[in-house]
Design a protein around this ligand. Sequence first.
Ligand SMILES: *[C@@H]1O[C@H](CO)[C@@H](O)[C@H](O)[C@H]1NC(C)=O
Ligand SMILES: *[C@@H]1O[C@H](CO)[C@@H](O)[C@H](O)[C@H]1NC(C)=O
Ligand SMILES: *[C@@H]1O[C@H](CO)[C@@H](O)[C@H](O)[C@H]1NC(C)=O
Ligand SMILES: *[C@@H]1O[C@H](CO)[C@@H](O)[C@H](O)[C@H]1NC(C)=O
Ligand SMILES: *[C@@H]1O[C@H](CO)[C@@H](O)[C@H](O)[C@H]1NC(C)=O
Ligand SMILES: *[C@@H]1O[C@H](CO)[C@@H](O)[C@H](O)[C@H]1NC(C)=O
Length: 534
Amino acid sequence: KLFIMWDAHQNISAMNNTKIIHPPTISNVTPPVGVWYNFWKLKPLSPKEAFEEDLLLQSIAWPDTPALQSLSLRKSSDPAHSTFNILGRMGGGQWQIGDKLEVIIKMYDFQGHPKNYGGDVIVARLHNPTLGAGVAGKVVDHLNGSYSAVFSLLWEGNAQVILVHPSEAVTVLGRLTREQPDRVFFKSQFRSGRVSETTTCNVCLRPSRQPVCNYTELHTGQQWFCYKPKKLSCDARISHSKGGFTQNITVMESKLFQSGVNLKVSIQASGLANITVLQQKKGKVNLESGPSGYYYQSVWRALGNTTVQQFNTSSAITQCLRGKVIHMYGDSTIRQWFEYFNGALPGLKEFNLHSPKQIGPFMALDYPNNIFLTYRCHGPPIRFRNVPITELHYIANELDNVIGGSNTVVVLGIWSHFSTFPIEVYIRRLQSIHRAVVRLLSRAPETLVVIRTANPKALTLYETLTNSDWYSLQRDKVLRTMFKGLNVHLVDAWEMVVAHNLPHSLHPQPPIIKNMINVLLSYICPQNGEQKIL
Ligand SMILES: *[C@@H]1O[C@H](CO)[C@@H](O)[C@H](O)[C@H]1NC(C)=O
Ligand SMILES: *[C@@H]1O[C@H](CO)[C@@H](O)[C@H](O)[C@H]1NC(C)=O
Ligand SMILES: *[C@@H]1O[C@H](CO)[C@@H](O)[C@H](O)[C@H]1NC(C)=O
Ligand SMILES: *[C@@H]1O[C@H](CO)[C@@H](O)[C@H](O)[C@H]1NC(C)=O
Ligand SMILES: *[C@@H]1O[C@H](CO)[C@@H](O)[C@H](O)[C@H]1NC(C)=O
Ligand SMILES: *[C@@H]1O[C@H](CO)[C@@H](O)[C@H](O)[C@H]1NC(C)=O
């Protein structure tokens, strides 16, 4: 058993500064498989929300993999033995732009036997480095050990297929969430006069002799608890921090998460991986149910109704943002956007609020151009360090304080800090934000709301157990489903990272961020003739 102290920045290897800490008291009761520890109790939902939750859970159901007892590395998916194959063009002949290219992926285990069940986490892209082109493929699990990746053919290129996790690893990730939903835990400091105490906090706490403080937020219904300090009252809470991470997997299980072996490893083509494409005769390319966009000459082009424009100069960005108020809420992947604007616009001055660099809140002004930009992090379970209680705000409450209108842009990005909790926690958070967005858009329908989706990241064992792409993928589906039909715009960070040549990263590198910002700005300043969809 290893107890690892959470490190300051998620990108830094956790193992370097490992410390032993004491986990919360653990009850001796082991629940039956598939049942959370009985301490994990979430506030009941209204019938309508419970119905929505059921549908969402069904929509992200993941194929069953064998019981844990029979897990073995030898029988798990091995990217080195697995292969993919480009299927011939339907109807024969040369590939043409606009065709759908299908790749069949066949999974084998470490002994070279074909797999006969699904559940592997696979991402695929078609790319052409010479053209600076890339597009994400849509992966379909046939549940029999074979998968299809379907690409919209826009240029000639190479298919690349990556096994993110074998299905057996997903089984472990699912078990961890069921059995140890509190494996990431938090701390709060309490202080009064010269007395200071620190206790453990979480969405739910394991029962112990210690009484608890209930910090459930009444307006949004978001629950949060800390053990009560011995000497101080619950009111004496002054700060919130990530506490640590309880890593509890067996040696065998950890073999399912080996970089270079079965964690984010490319699968080789059994024949040619590239194809040559004939320019298509004139006519519109049918991209129904296709990707949301693609890179060409390293520039992201959207396939929806918005043309992505290039805001290459600070004056082009300033002109677009003139007279706007932009409020950004979320995790560090949204803070990255705030930082981008700050760096890209010499006229934009950050106001020094003496906020810690990781936490915010931040505020920047371009006075002559009347541009006002803010960033605030989302509420618990935020894994930041030393967040003052006064800065621990829920996004839904923030949105209820936004007047809104045609000059207001609201940007949301909330995903990566929810990965280790049962998805129900994320669903409840999004439901509260969704309600607030509905209220905002009904009192100020011209407000522009933009949501940044999740994205795949670099994975080590530690990063996987705390923030695997599989967790992100599941949350991303929930996010997209929940905001469908509402007048909000998405920046598809998932596809923009999968399709790009740069390595997956929690905080994507500047060329990707620049493209994301261009998508955001294109929503704010649509081209002449393009209607803002209202
Ligand atoms: C797996 O399922 C797909 C889709 O139904 C089918 O085309 C393929 O032949 C099956 N493969 C095997 C090995 O059964
Ligand atoms: C915590 O407080 C909320 C709001 O007052 C209440 O609904 C909930 O029942 C309380 N939970 C516990 C475990 O006391
Ligand atoms: C670790 O996992 C085992 C087996 O799943 C479980 O019995 C045990 O309670 C866990 N320990 C902790 C500290 O969660
Ligand atoms: C396709 O790949 C083959 C082998 O990897 C290589 O010889 C060929 O030049 C490639 N063709 C194109 C168009 O990239
Ligand atoms: C794009 O515009 C068309 C026609 O105006 C509309 O029917 C369609 O729903 C729009 N698509 C999206 C994704 O907004
Ligand atoms: C903006 O930069 C991109 C990429 O460097 C380039 O392809 C494009 O032509 C530029 N557009 C404008 C309007 O300057």
